[in-house]
Design a protein around this ligand. Sequence first.
Ligand code: AHR
Length: 606
Amino acid sequence: ATLRVDASKSKPISDKLIGVFFEDISRAADGGLYAELVQNRDFEYTSADRREWSSTTAWQSNRPIVVKTDVPLSKNNAHYAVVAAKDTLYNIGWDGITAAANQAFDFSVYLRNENGEKNQVLVQLIGQNGEVYAKEKIKTEGQGWNRYSLPLVVDKKAVKGQVRLALTPLKEGHVAIDMVSLFPHETFKGHGLRKDLAEAIAALHPKFVRFPGGCMSHGQGLDNIYHWNHTVGPWQDRKPDKNIWGYHQTRGLGFYEYFQFCEDLGAEPLPVLAAGVPCQNSVPNKEGLGGQQGGIPMKDMPAYCQEILNMIEWANGDPATSKWAKMRAEAGHPEPFGLKYVGIGNEDIISTTFEERYEMICKAIKAKYPNMIVVGTVGPFHDPSADYVEGWKFAKEHKDILDLVDEHYYESPGWFMHHQDYYDHYDRNAPKVYLGEYASRTRTVESALAEAMYLCGLERNGDVVSMTSYAPLLCKDGYSNWNPDMIYFNNDTITCLTPSYHTQRLWGTHSGDVYVGSKMSVRPELSHRVAASVVRDSKTGKTIVKLVNALPASLSVSLQGLAIPTGAKVEGFAGKPFERTVVETTGVEVGPKVELEPYSVKVITF
Ligand code: AHR
């Protein structure tokens, strides 16, 4: 094969091409990235989340657990447990809590003496056979709710199996208990997210993070639309809700935590909020989706638009003049978050119900914040679906209020290999593209190679495709709502960084802002199985050559118009097409020809 490079055909491309898509799907948030170890910490699980769940799910006791609602800690968190002297309330965590000798945890709880003004509560980490690994006492005072926090450190004993968190009032009288929390002391940058997962995401070098969904953003039915303002402030004032993926959202991972995570990653936040319609524009009937069509009533839309403007104010405003910005400052972030992008809508059916609400929201944003980059949507499927056609028509007619539109597609490896030119003929004068969800449908090396080839095409079209994010990002083993995902994990560890993760990491780490004209020539029958892309990063002055070989044979690539200096750094991977792991490769290039193993990727930087 020959790669002919023609620097005269260079063009600027987006420097935000690779980002991540975070959605609370497959237990990505609670029990996942959000490092809280207590499940159902607020006793707010209900059968609406999952038929078999209730306010005592994940809790155990030596007696039936008493849950009350008469003197709630907050109107948004009505339920709490009441425990008698010497009885013990246990939390089993997310199918167990893992603890190791000498490990430190941060424990906190809200307590209220139901009788009398003083009590003591014993807090312990207890093993399967009653072994005590950590213990502390809390003295409760007064009659109202009070927050207590303390470090809980496991002693030197080796911990056998999983532990439970145990709370035991010691003196006569009853104690009301709510918002019971246990975090590992060590979290990513000290901000409450699981270190291993957050570090794996950071290693992708994402230029932006999209959150909170996906379908989570528009929810299942009007009552389930994600309202950002229900997810900020003290934990007890946040509004928990059912998750469209069949479980519960505590909202512990809320907008503040998402924005803080973006800042910790050095990535732009891309919040995506509902366009005034729920999933499929549909208000569910008793059986689930498929009920009556509808969106937020038009009379309530001005308030909904205002809610979105308030979010921008909350993120970027001045605490001295804005009550929303003051909330942000009170939560610990007086400096603005510097929000530049807002997404409106997710894979919506492009109906009149949708369009009138979508237009109203986007207009309201642009009227107040003309520089805000508004990212719209063109429906659930790509070309030639009716939604896609109508979504693009609308976007082209509304260029004044839409800067980018979000496309989604999940396809076979073969589709990606055969559509490397997908964006070559896109209209350069239309709103730009955010490829917000895509993945090749297997968890194999072949998929990772297909995505790598497709990404070469996306870089070549980096003047029309401004942003991309593989989806979904995280999946907890045993709780999959979707397949494949990029990173699999359990309570203790990452169990699989998929081949696709390695593709994303290579493209995220080696991105550029200039596309250097180049063309790969191979025998026509092989052209769908090889790809190349050359970019330059104008900040570092580095040139990056990416080569993909999805053939069962080695490939020798001669470069014309570009000399790779001896000793140029190489990173990449190779594998067997239908396997789920890759072998990472690193080294230096010795040229003048670049040799690629069968089924491999090479990224050369100099
Ligand atoms: O990524 C998983 C789901 O796929 C998203 O929630 C939704 O937008 C799409 O259908």
